[in-house]
Design a protein around this ligand. Structure first.
Ligand SMILES: Cc1cc2nc3c(=O)[nH]c(=O)nc-3n(C[C@H](O)[C@H](O)[C@H](O)COP(=O)(O)OP(=O)(O)OC[C@H]3O[C@@H](n4cnc5c(N)ncnc54)[C@H](O)[C@@H]3O)c2cc1C
Length: 394
């Protein structure tokens, strides 16, 4: 791919690719502002031999948005909480709050939660904090759940519903987003930095237009950015010379980042420390849930709900990321037209954006060559950055 081609409209596919985040895309294009002195950024060591792993997972997308509702099933009340597309981490606390309200309406004191990903863990913690005794049942635990393979950015409206269903979901989405956002602010500054705010840079060789986020073979998704503009800072255009990039158009964005390894570890530790129980167990049929001792169960099985509850409305949207060896000195994100880097403490996440063939694709075989090509593109971007002697290798 030609460099000019992939840098052409950096960011156009970002919200959809679940790597840029609503925070990054929000706001009208701003006028360039001077940052005073030139920005100095530690270079990313982008080489394919620094890839520590290539990971694939399927986003549990539903055209109508997440299923958060109660269902009576035999002797059990099931509270469904699944189908959060590319927004599961971002919406987890809000979705869990809604699910818990439903569960509590049954008068329950003991709750079973099926699933131990982003959604199951946060719902379980909320239930514990409300005084319930909680047992998680799951066929896999972190780090072996899909949630651990996410990019780790605040992306509350990434592949969360299709455009046709957006009006019906909007109010509920906003409520979930605001609840989650507030919760994330209370998780800042903790040991291990599970949650932090970062700056990142979008690079383009053409003026930034309105973001569309279209991927050719994916539906038009719901876009809710306008509803929560007050939550996150606007992106800022930086004038040439004030940054190390050769591109004529550079934007700085600020967003919340989830350091997923330490964050999931924190959630698990808190759940267990508060007396939570975990049973590793796979259910082949929803009928098997009848044998569990709890009368009320939260179904937080993510993509697994498609098979367990025969719910074909859950569509797999494949996503692949590669991790480079961590570089603590790299604290900024990067985006070009078809590439994203997230500077997590457990590795620099590199993801291809805007690629097709992922919708309704449940193939979780990693394609290493795709990630290697992305890392080589990244190396080209880095090689064109103005170097700062302060960051030269000793
Ligand atoms: C490439 C990529 C990047 C992403 N980036 C972001 C991002 O930056 N920000 C963001 O907010 N979201 C992101 N997402 C989306 C996010 O990862 C998902 O929305 C989220 O992981 C869904 O969490 P979950 O708990 O519902 O599912 P999962 O993590 O899949 O957890 C499901 C749980 O249920 C269990 N389970 C399933 N079936 C059964 C069964 N039959 N019996 C027993 N247990 C069962 C599993 O073992 C697991 O414990 C991304 C997704 C992808 C693919």
């Amino acid at each position: 791919m030609e460099r000019r081609q992939f840098l052409r409209q950096a960011g156009a596919t970002l919200a959809v690719a679940s790597t840029a985040g609503l925070a990054a895309c929000a706001g009208q294009p701003s006028r360039p502002v001077s940052t005073g002195r030139a920005l100095s950024l530690a270079p990313i060591r982008a080489s394919t031999d620094r890839i520590t792993g290539v990971y694939v997972c399927t986003r549990p997308f539903r055209a109508a948005g997440p299923r958060i509702e109660m269902q009576k099933l035999g002797a059990k009340t099931i509270v469904h909480n699944y189908g959060h597309g590319g927004s599961g981490w971002s919406l987890s606390w809000g979705a869990g709050t809604l699910a818990l309200q439903m569960a509590q309406s049954t008068g329950v004191r003991e709750l079973g939660v099926i699933g131990c990903g982003a959604i199951g863990l946060t719902t379980a913690l909320l239930a514990q904090r409300a005084g319930l005794a909680v047992r998680i049942y799951a066929k896999a635990l972190p780090p072996d759940v899909f949630s651990m393979r996410a990019s780790g950015l605040w992306t509350p409206d990434s592949r969360i519903c299709d455009a046709a269903h957006a009006p019906a979901l909007a109010d509920r989405w906003e409520m979930m987003t605001r609840i989650s956002y507030a919760r994330y602010q209370s998780l800042l500054g903790l040991p291990g930095n599970p949650i932090e705010w970062i700056d990142g840079y979008s690079l383009s060789d053409a003026p930034f237009g309105k973001f569309h986020g279209d991927v050719p073979d994916e539906p038009e998704y719901g876009d809710f950015a306008d509803r929560v503009r007050d939550l996150t800072p606007r992106p800022v255009e930086l004038p040439p010379g004030s940054h190390p990039f050769p591109e004529p158009y550079v934007r700085r964005y600020s967003t919340i980042m989830f350091n997923i390894s330490s964050y999931a570890n924190l959630l698990m530790s808190e759940f267990l420390a508060a007396g939570g129980k975990i049973e590793v167990r796979e259910f082949q049929h929803a009928d098997e849930l009848q044998k569990l001792p709890e009368h009320t169960l939260v179904n937080a099985t993510g993509y697994g709900a498609r098979a367990l509850f025969n719910d074909d409305s859950v569509i797999p949207v494949r996503g692949q990321t590669a991790r480079l060896i961590p570089q603590p000195e790299v604290t900024y994100g990067l985006r070009t037209h078809n590439l994203s880097v997230v500077p997590r403490t457990d590795g620099l996440m590199v993801q291809v954006l805007g690629d097709s063939g992922n919708f309704n694709n449940d193939d979780i075989t990693p394609h290493r060559e795709v990630s290697e090509a992305a890392v080589r593109e990244l190396a080209e971007v880095v090689s064109q950055m103005k170097s700062d002697p302060a960051h030269s290798p000793a």
